[in-house]
Design a protein around this ligand. Structure first.
Ligand code: FES
Ligand code: FES
Length: 195
């Protein structure tokens, strides 16, 4: 008796579901088909050719990999730091085709064919970049964790010409946080390079 009740309920539910599916507009079905097509490629590997610190690399990367994870995890260039991983601290700053970018917010797939410079590529052999030298001379760091990002951003700040006053330097370096509070030395380093 119970079995017959269940079977009847099951039959009614199944009929209702089939009827509902039949009335889903074609546009909605097409939308979900397109979403499926977009989601599947996101899981795939992508061939990536780029230059990092003037060395060509041909790699295979997960399409979800950030530039920060690519340089740190796949290429062992650990100078760029993962502070917040959310675009808030600037510790991961690198240059892409000469422009400073936050590598934690940059998908590796978007730098196809580009030139990436990390802190490891800034010096000329044994000769420090003038900004690296200035950070040493002006006490631009304490613990050093934020320093690679600060230096890459400082070079960008100078190249962009945002060094006309202390206020302008502070504004255009405001995306780089320093928990040690070495800000005065950082500003002085930038001023020294700009002179
Ligand atoms: S780690 Fe990229 S902004 Fe903080
Ligand atoms: S030097 Fe320590 S966080 Fe900046």
């Amino acid at each position: 008796m119970e079995k017959q009740k269940y079977s009847r309920r099951f039959f009614l539910s199944a009929s209702a579901m089939v009827a509902t599916l039949a009335f889903i507009p074609a546009g909605v079905k097409a939308f979900y088909e397109n979403v499926k097509k977009l989601v599947v490629p996101l899981k795939e590997k992508l061939p990536l050719t780029l230059s990092i610190n003037k060395t060509k690399h041909s790699l295979s990367v997960d399409t979800r990999t950030t530039l920060l994870d690519l340089v740190r995890e796949q290429l062992d260039l650990t100078g760029s730091k993962k502070g917040c991983d959310h675009g808030q601290c600037g510790a991961c700053t690198v240059h892409v085709d000469g422009q400073r970018v936050l590598s934690c917010l940059t998908l590796a797939a978007t730098v196809q064919g580009k030139e990436v410079t990390t802190i490891e590529g800034l010096a000329n052999g044994d000769q420090l970049h003038p900004m690296q030298q200035a950070f040493i001379e002006c006490d631009g760091f304490q613990c050093g964790y934020c320093t690679p990002g600060q230096i890459m951003s400082a070079v960008g700040c100078v190249n962009e010409g945002h060094t006309r006053s202390v206020g302008e330097i502070k504004e255009f370096m405001s995306g780089n946080l320093c928990r040690c509070g070495a800000y005065n030395g950082i500003v002085q380093s930038i001023q020294k390079v700009t002179q």
